[in-house]
Design a protein around this ligand. Sequence first.
Ligand SMILES: O=C[C@H](O)COP(=O)(O)O
Length: 214
Amino acid sequence: MFILVNLKAYPCDPVEVATAARDVAEDSDVRIAVSPQAADLRRVADTGVETWAQHVDPNDYGSHTGSTLAEAVAEAGAEGTLVNHSEKRMKLADIDGSVRAAERAGLETCVCANNPAQIGAVAALGPDSVAVEPPELIGGDDSVASADPDIVRDAVEAAANVDEDVEVFCGAGISTGDDVEAAGDLGATGILLASGVAKADDPRAALENLVEPL
Ligand SMILES: O=C[C@H](O)COP(=O)(O)O
């Protein structure tokens, strides 16, 4: 099981979370990555934790003011990137462009989508993984694995119907090891989560709890 911690724009200390994630990953042998704001990528990567960008734009080098270049985030230490998060939605053509840009830069990709139909569409673009996240459950207390288990099962099926090599993650409201275990039982091979760690009083304890059953 892969645990991908998206720090979004929460006012947490990215290095504190990254250091805790690195230690918990080492102690538990569970793969854990941290996805900070673009400006914090280098500091987070320097802790030694697996580091992901939250977004890359579809463009290559050139006259693209304000863009987040895949090559630049890779140079800053990112090994992967999210694409099309629910809070950073993109058109299908641009999702395709961002996946291609990430591939050029050697970044692993996880394309987010709201529902199984969208999961099938983005799986067709050939990312390494997709993540299903019902928007109404993001940031809440109810785990997608218990509040809407069918969306996870159906997303796993939708991706497999298109490309069996695409991994399926799920996210929204996941904050405990029991939630992670339940998601795994539904067929998810990774978890995308944010507030359960980024807003926790003790991020290290939150991470330890997440990996406890694994
Ligand atoms: O990227 C993470 C997801 O949007 C889930 O966020 P959440 O764990 O705060 O519900």
